[in-house]
Design a protein around this ligand. Structure first.
Ligand code: IPD
Length: 325
């Protein structure tokens, strides 16, 4: 009989094979998107007039899920367009593929070349690997838990730009040092200096707008930007693709990312890639990331992640798993 260690080794090997398939599938999907990018798109709306979908989003999601399901019939799937069509968005302990067929649909419609396929994979609700393929630039971002993050085979490393905003006492008051089980928290105490001064002045920050455009939401959105701009950050960018923005953090081209209103398929693959590049992904409350909560702060350093989490005000969105039971 196989020991539990042997079983674990077997699973890890198995996930490695799944990741190879994810890479092939993302490349094939990317080819379809690249071709469709040149042509007129058939556009419809989903939850709001700015939540868009094209026939290519649906076609590519079908293509990805059907080819993966053929290989892994017992696995579960969460996909952006299947969820929009009413399928339950439920993360269980089963091996689960979390798919965004086209991240940056609005960009795709406008032929703005920031468009990606995102495939994340979780087992026992833990993210095991992530694959994000920038279809136009043909940059392939990959990471498997414990094995580093790469872009086209070159290892990624987050920037170490530090907010230096918190003393140890500040974080204790915020409750942040209680997250001993979260990977992110393990580095908190070692990074902090007592009496540290706030300095965001070298940071380049990315964010995305989200689908809600009512006046109250827009006020919070611009207030959040204003507070960071007042902290004299170098700049704030909105590129129209949450996954590619998160890949910029993993690459060290940007120092941080925050957003309310994104989905588990925007977060899953990117969270593994950022962690494996040495970065931090947390909830906007400062606690551990919750894949279904539709909010995130990601940063190269733990100080910067917590600084941003403390500065921004919450925009509430319905959880991805609201219809799961
Ligand atoms: C969206 C994009 C957008 C972000 C949204 C995402 P989609 O994904 O990443 O930049 O603001 O929250 O849902 O709809 O293009 O796949």
């Amino acid at each position: 009989m196989a020991s539990s260690e042997e079983n674990e080794m077997y699973s890890k090997k198995q996930w490695e094979g799944c990741m190879e398939i994810a890479v092939q599938t993302a490349r094939t999907a990317g080819q379809v998107i690249r071709e469709a990018f040149k042509h007129e798109k058939e556009v419809s709306t989903k939850s709001s007039p700015v939540d868009l979908v094209t026939e290519t989003d649906r076609l590519v999601e079908d293509l990805i899920i059907s080819s993966l399901r053929e290989k892994y019939p017992s696995h579960r799937f969460i996909g952006e367009e299947s969820s929009a069509a009413g399928e339950k968005c439920l993360l269980t302990d089963s091996p689960t593929w979390i798919i965004d067929p086209i991240d940056g649909t609005c960009n795709f419609i406008h032929s703005f070349p920031m468009v990606a396929v995102s495939i994340g994979f979780a087992v026992n609700k833990e993210l095991e690997f992530g694959v994000i393929y920038h279809c136009l630039d043909e940059n392939l971002y990959t990471a498997r838990k414990g094995h580093g993050a790469f872009c086209n085979g070159i290892q990624l490393q987050v920037s170490k730009e530090t907010a230096d905003a918190f003393t140890h006492g500040d974080l204790q008051r915020l409750g942040c040092v209680n997250y001993a089980s979260a990977a992110e928290s393990l580095t908190i105490t070692s990074h902090l200096k007592d009496g540290a001064q706030e300095d965001m002045s070298k940071a380049l920050i990315l964010t995305e707008i989200g689908a809600k455009r009512d006046p109250a939401t827009l006020k919070i959105f611009s207030g959040n930007m204003e507070r960071l701009l007042k902290a004299q950050v170098h700049g704030i960018r909105v590129i129209g693709s949450a996954t590619l923005a998160l890949c910029q953090v993993a690459s060290g081209a940007a120092d941080a990312y925050y957003q309310f209103g994104l989905h588990c398929w925007d977060i899953a693959a990117a969270a593994v890639i950022i962690r494996e590049a040495g970065g931090n992904v947390i909830d906007t409350s400062g606690g551990p990331l919750d894949l279904m909560s539709r909010r995130i702060v990601a940063a190269g350093t733990v100080e910067m992640a917590h600084y941003i989490a403390q500065e921004i005000q919450t925009i509430t969105y319905e959880r991805d798993d609201h219809n799961a039971n």
